[in-house]
Design a protein around this ligand. Structure first.
Ligand code: GDP
Length: 139
């Protein structure tokens, strides 16, 4: 069953480059409501667990090193058709292939440092949101 929530992170490159405010603004302008929000730095174990599905991929170590390299914003967002609409808003994984005006096209430089995460399914949105937030941290 489709839900109306998705999970996002503003990744270390975008925070480092000072884009977090502009990215949050683009998300809310597109109709996403912030249900939960944290500013934090991931440690190796947390980043490794979050991206556990990619553990066997050749880029896994680089991904964990990158995701722990500086602070991130983690958030749960709400909107009708949230997962699909948010994936459209952020654009393709590789910013070189991301559509004009998408968050990754505007703010990302490379496939690894690609500015934002967005859940790829309703099931994962729920798992990822619960990985970061308790029920008492959602409004
Ligand atoms: P997403 O759902 O669009 O974030 O893409 P994936 O789930 O396929 O990959 C997860 C994350 O791993 C991406 O957002 C990138 O940060 C990173 N990633 C994916 N492919 C590569 C790659 O070929 N090299 C590196 N270094 N990182 C990658």
């Amino acid at each position: 069953m489709a839900t109306n929530r998705t999970f996002t992170m503003i990744k270390p490159d975008a925070v480092q480059n000072g884009y977090a405010g502009k990215i949050l603004d683009q998300m809310t302008e597109a109709g996403f409501k912030v249900i939960a929000l944290k500013y934090m730095q991931l440690d190796e174990s947390t980043a490794g667990n979050f991206y556990g599905v990619h553990r066997e991929r050749p880029f896994f170590n680089d991904l964990v090193t990158f995701m722990t390299s500086g602070p991130i914003y983690a958030a749960i967002l709400e909107k009708e058709n949230a997962v699909e609409d948010f994936r459209a808003l952020i654009g393709a994984t590789n910013p070189a292939e991301a559509a004009e005006g998408t968050i990754r096209q505007r703010f990302a430089k490379s496939i690894d440092a690609n500015a934002v995460h967005g859940s790829d399914s309703d099931v994962n949105a729920d798992i990822e949101g619960s990985f970061f937030f308790s029920q008492f941290e959602r409004f």
